[in-house]
Design a protein around this ligand. Structure first.
Ligand code: 5GP
Length: 192
């Protein structure tokens, strides 16, 4: 078991509806030392890959992306969630359905901060159905930038997002892949 899997076993709480609560270290209280270890691990896995920017999505991705960025020496851009979009041509937009909140948001990134020269590493906390990632990929494509890779903290491998993204040919590095979790017993199993 790696450091993140160990932490999930220690402090993660399995909820009904396929939700893993990790509020004590990832989503509410933030364990910055752990984020630093995660950043170092992604830097190792993406060694030799040209990356000049990290893209994430508010809110939970931001802290992880910022600490990871210290290992890549690149700026972080985060996609903002908004209910209404003012399509004034200054923004890239995509529609994203929220797995946890069951609503749809537009996500926007200013054209000022993403362009065709960018080689982008996407970072996010969770991968479930892949909607958030597909929104971010579509924004990168709109900018004619390149997806250099994708770093996810926790992938729920029993939901389809990971397979969809890998089938599209993207390099996806999830630090922990949960293959099963049982709200009755709290038991969590990981992919080897
Ligand atoms: P997707 O778009 O892949 O369906 O869901 C990804 C987003 O939903 C993540 O950015 C994360 O915020 C949220 N999410 C999905 N599943 C979980 C979960 O089990 N626990 C938590 N805490 N967040 C989740």
């Amino acid at each position: 078991m790696n450091f993140l899997e160990e932490r999930i076993i220690k402090d993660g709480v399995v909820k009904e509806g396929n939700i893993l609560k990790v509020d004590s270290f990832l989503n509410h209280q933030l364990d910055v030392e752990l984020f630093d270890e995660m950043g170092a691990e992604w830097a190792k896995r993406f060694e030799g890959v040209e990356i000049n920017k990290i893209l994430t999505i508010e809110a939970s991705g931001i802290g992880i992306a910022c600490v990871a960025a210290r290992h890549f020496n690149v700026p972080v851009v985060f996609a903002k969630k908004t209910q209404s979009v003012n399509l004034d041509g200054e923004m890239y937009t995509a529609e994203v359905e929220s797995f946890t909140h069951k609503n749809k948001n537009h996500v926007i990134v200013s054209k000022k901060y993403l362009n065709e020269n960018d080689k982008v590493l996407i970072i996010d906390d969770f991968l479930a159905n892949g909607c958030a990632l597909q929104g971010l990929i579509s924004i990168i494509n709109s900018a004619n930038a390149t997806v250099a890779g994708i770093g996810i903290a926790i992938e729920k491998g029993f939901q389809p997002g990971g397979q969809i993204i890998r089938n599209l040919g993207y390099r996806l590095e999830s630090l922990a892949i949960v293959d099963g979790m049982d709200p009755a017993t709290g038991k969590i199993t990981f992919r080897n």
